[in-house]
Design a protein around this ligand. Sequence first.
Ligand code: GDP
Ligand code: MG
Length: 294
Amino acid sequence: MRSGFVSFVGRPNVGKSTLLNTIIGKKIVITSSKSNTTRHNIQGIYNDEDSQIVFVDTPGIHKPKEKMGKYLNQKAYYTIDDVDIVCLLVDASQAIGSGDKYLIDRLKKEEKPVLLIINKIDLIAKDELIKKISQYKDMMDFTEIIPVSALTKDNIKRMLNIIKHFLPDQIRYYEDDTKTNQTDAFMIGEIVREKVMRLTHDEVPYAVTTVIEKYNDKKDLLELGVVIIVDRDNLKGIILGKSGAKIKDIGIQARNDIEEYFGKKVYLELFVKVIKNWRDKEKYLEEFGLKKLD
Ligand code: GDP
Ligand code: MG
């Protein structure tokens, strides 16, 4: 059995979310022709007899023009650092632009496999596709180049087989029937993480993890304790802020969003924990239900 984490990155609208839905065989992510529909990194879990692949859908990466764009880019970059295989998605029907070059430059530094997925091949002729492939080949030495159509499902099986080849792990992260990771607890953690990132801007690298330590669902009140994990002491200081002002803001904003999501009153306590060693972090996360079957 092989398993691993794979992220989809690419400019907005290239079809990342559509491809994820096609692979999972069920609509678990919203898609639209508008840019930046995907605001969170959403996981879709693909299972078959001999593999489990966790796909991470990211907000599109593009040259940031405004703050939100920058924020979304950072979310996507966070994901690149956190997976085993990176799939760069491009749109076959679009000319290669400065946005693609910007991304490819970033990915050239990656040591992990970087697969180029050329999507929307249903929109172009074969000779055009051949030209496209050679243009991309000139730009970077991709691990593999795979043309697909998320819409017509063309070549998706082959893409999965290639990805399977690079999977590094041998554990099932999720039960076989799980299709997405989007539980209520996940949502709460994501909201807190979002507030940390927004309110600390560039000061905190995007490797912030959140863990729900307390979850008491009472009739009229949701009691929550959330731990924000960072790997350096100075990051803890930044998140706490002067006399705890920053963490207070993070808490207020997160609580508002969580109340809106659940439609009920929320009592939210936040803690910041520094865990320097990633093995200690894994151990700590395991205590909170990161399942390791096998
Ligand atoms: P994202 O921003 O990268 O997540 O892109 P979406 O998945 O939201 O898709 C953007 C648009 O492209 C939507 O209108 C999709 O229907 C369309 N799209 C996605 N994949 C394909 C494809 O393979 N072929 C065609 N023709 N359209 C596609
Ligand atoms: Mg999307």
